[in-house]
Design a protein around this ligand. Structure first.
Ligand code: FAD
Length: 400
């Protein structure tokens, strides 16, 4: 067993680290570069993205034919973690959610025509995208089988009506992937569609105010009232909506983890820098055993998360769906991000609670990690279900 990164991926990892240090961390350090929703201002982002493209650090998850880096998932893991050393990093390198998951899904299942129309502009950074699935109660949330938004066939098109919410990026997106009900069949009742923001028949009801900083375009509630989608904009086949969701969400959950590991490491970096220089009661904080225990505990949790993420990435590269490994990584890394930001704030004292560092930003952002792309309880349920189904085989080594 060899845990060494292949040299070409190690090279990309190091280049990403240098790029973030030279071109992104300085932007993050200036409060003037933040928009009203605590993300990087779009006019500041554009030149940073141009530099990332020029450096060849752009859209790692997308095939080279479509303008990405075409890295294996293991390569994403190494690069995303370095990218999110800065809170602005992923969006600067076009590997932020939800675009990265949408690009990956379109690259995997789109027809050549669909890829040219819907994928290429996202990879080029010309448009943004959203994934439209979750509904307010009593519609589909944790349980996609409860999705109520309907797409009724009429001649050569589908007419959509219903309501969705928490749609990340919808306020800025042009390309939307919609999951809607086309029949009441339990496994094949959902279908994935593409639509463009300029089509009539839908609207943003509101940008939902949230506790943390926001992705560009916020988290929006949408209403569909007669949106017409031509049959050519069905993604995969009618009835494949659940499959499309699974193809998108497995890797997308893992890329969240990759980014969160970068943020957790950044928390440790800020904490370590402070405890090395702060003295109290005659010694440096860094020399206190109770402080060391706190830091060591977080280091261990980050390491567990990295191993789970790399294992799942390796399985995805080998063609597995890595269902249990992704679920384990998601729960572990979401908790680790909470722990890392909490410990780092504590060790920084009052400074940790201020906006002089990004710790409070990360702390507020972290709370969504136990909810997005499947609440932690739902991932635990999936794991228990698989243990029951697979018996001792649950623990096998190798690829399914
Ligand atoms: C910041 C943010 C961004 C998001 N972005 C998007 C997006 O871009 N597109 C999109 O479609 N959706 C998005 N979502 C929605 C997200 O995927 C859902 O919130 C998530 O799947 C949970 O669904 P729900 O909110 O309806 O929770 P519910 O299904 O109402 O569940 C509520 C709670 O009940 C508990 N629970 C549920 N099921 C179980 C179970 N089986 N066992 C034990 N406990 C359970 C959990 O604690 C859960 O948190 C986003 C959410 C957030 C917070």
């Amino acid at each position: 067993m060899d845990f060494t990164l292949p040299p070409e991926i190690e090279d990309i990892r190091v280049r990403t680290r240098v790029f973030i240090a030279e071109h992104v961390l300085p932007l993050e350090a200036d409060p003037a570069n933040f928009d009203p929703h605590e993300n990087i201002r779009l006019d500041v982002l554009a030149p940073a993205q141009a530099k990332a493209k020029a450096a060849g650090l752009w859209a790692p998850q997308t095939p080279k034919d479509y303008g990405g880096m075409g890295l294996p998932v293991v390569g994403w893991a190494a690069m995303y973690e370095e990218a999110n050393r800065s809170i602005f990093g992923p969006v600067a390198l076009n590997c932020a959610a939800p675009d990265d998951g949408n690009m990956n899904l379109l690259a995997q299942v789109g027809t050549p025509e669909q890829k040219d129309k819907w994928l290429r502009p996202i990879v080029d950074g010309k448009v943004r995208s959203s994934f439209v699935m979750t509904e307010p109660a009593p519609g589909g949330g944790s349980d996609p089988g409860m999705i109520r938004t309907r797409a009724e066939p009429r001649n050569d098109r589908y007419i959509v009506s219903g309501r969705k919410w928490f749609i990340t990026g919808a306020g800025e997106a042009s390309h939307f992937i919609l999951i809607a009900r086309t029949s009441d069949e339990p496994r094949r009742g959902l279908t994935a569609f593409m639509f463009h923001k300029d089509q009539p028949g839908w609207r943003i009801v509101r940008r939902i105010p949230i506790m943390g900083p926001e992705e560009h375009g916020g988290h929006c509630e949408l209403e569909f009232d007669g949106l017409e989608i031509p049959a050519e904009n069905v993604l995969m086949q009618v009835g494949d909506g659940l499959r499309a969701t699974q193809i998108r969400l497995g890797p997308a959950r893992l890329t969240h983890c990759m980014r969160w590991l970068g943020l957790a490491k950044r928390c440790m970096e800020i904490a370590q820098e402070y405890v090395e220089r702060r003295e109290g009661f005659g010694i440096k904080l860094a020399d206190r055993e109770s402080v060391q225990i706190k830091l060591g505990e977080v280091a261990k949790e980050i390491s567990i998360g990295r191993l789970l993420v790399m294992h799942a990435a390796w399985l995805l590269d080998a063609g597995s769906r890595a269902r249990k490994e992704v679920s384990m990584a998601k729960v572990q890394v979401a908790d680790t991000l909470h722990l890392a930001s909490d410990v780092a704030i504590q060790l920084n004292g009052a400074r940790g609670y201020s906006k002089d560092t990004v710790l409070e930003w990360i702390y507020r952002y972290a709370r969504q990690a136990r909810l997005v792309d499947g609440a932690s309880e739902v991932h635990a349920m999936v794991l228990a279900r698989l243990m029951r189904e697979e018996g001792p085989e649950f623990w096998r080594w190798g690829v399914e």
